[in-house]
Design a protein around this ligand. Sequence first.
Ligand code: GDP
Ligand code: IMO
Ligand code: MG
Length: 431
Amino acid sequence: MANIVIVGTQWGDEGKGKIVDLLADIADVVVRFQGGNNAGHTMVVNGDQFISHLVPSGILQKKICYIGNGVVVDPKVLIDEMEYLIRRGIDVTPQKLKISALAHIIMPYHGQIDIAREALKGKNKIGTTGRGIGPCYEDKISRQGFRFVELIDSSLFKERLAAIADEKNFYLTKYLASTPVDVQAITDVFGSYAERLAPHVANVSVELYQAISAGKQILFEGAQGTHLDIDHGTYPFVTSSNTVAGNACCGSGIGPKHITGVMGIVKAYTTRVGEGPFPSELFDDIGDRIQQKGAEFGATTGRKRRCGWLDTVVLNNAVRLNGLTSLAITKLDVLGGFDTLNICTGYLYKNTKITDFPPNLKTLSECKPIYETLPGWSEDISRIRCRDDLPRNTRKYLSRIEELTQTPIGIISVGPGRDETIVVQHPFSGA
Ligand code: GDP
Ligand code: IMO
Ligand code: MG
């Protein structure tokens, strides 16, 4: 029996959705444990593309999917996503999709605050997705949030909303020059969301415990990436949740002893959307080529992703912070056609080599990448299904990543499709 956590090792969009969809075949249950609809996870099955923002990426494999207490849920986005899946023939009945009663709700004013604040910050903006993620987590921590518990109890919902409306309105109108909260309008529309979603509300912690006790295998689906973590990322250019593997436990309500492995998803190069330092970023033709060949546009906001070389200072930070037991290398096909490839193996900071990711953002922004250059390959690798059949230089690139990170590669992804994958060592052992 294995319970595996999947996390992004870089700044998000590493291909977590594809790998979760693939591994969900063997899992019994898939759980999202943090983030919200700032995430955009892409799955491609038989040429059909699906993008999920809130529903766990195990849904296409017909597995029981849980939205854990650590997730922040915009009920309208969730309902729209469920309708979209239903239109595409996917089962999202309450037997298949369950939401923690303790998960927090993104309220309309959270999105308003997120967008208005970013506008006020001007060039100092974070580059958020504008989905109200930060303001919702703020209210959770300051104990002013709404959970599904409150959503499905209409009188409690209205009472609490009325109680916080004055404070929200003061901030919205006086500081952000935005529109005030309309308690009645929100109560009405959220009443309809409550009716639609109530059958899906569950005690996720209890159900996961029962599943584990019955010998079922759980796949935990992380969102964002290690370097967007609220504690360990490039603060303040981060998201507002803990994205590291440890949060799989807090965000779903299970104990650490049940986690048997952590797979880190590694894009074969590096990308980032939004603001913040990124030492191996490329500003030249190579960066543009990677961006175009990799179709690097955000799955949530459609923004162009910034691109750069693979960075093993970043990866080793992720290895340590998440306790990675294996790696999945994605988008390796995108690197075909370059004469040489660079891997960043350290940073030069004031003439000193650094190999630990610096906690100080000013230091990080002054770091210059130290590169190791490897030979490239020109062959199309998208049809290869066995590591040994890859071109020699591709194998060298992979082996070097394993050496530099001291972590074995379990999966190699050579295209967006579920089948465009080389499984070296399946994380659900014995599978
Ligand atoms: P996530 O947020 O980590 O799930 O990643 P996204 O879905 O935001 O971005 C990854 C993008 O790369 C999606 O468009 C995927 O379909 C695509 N993708 C995933 N793996 C591969 C791969 O191995 N090769 C190529 N060419 N595309 C891939
Ligand atoms: P997935 O799960 C890439 C980034 C935003 C911004 C910062 C804060 O698809 O990998 P937020 O709206 O969370 O307050 O924005 O975090 N960001 C992501 N970048 N992939 C994601 O998710 C992201 N979710 C948030 O671009 O820089
Ligand atoms: Mg994404």
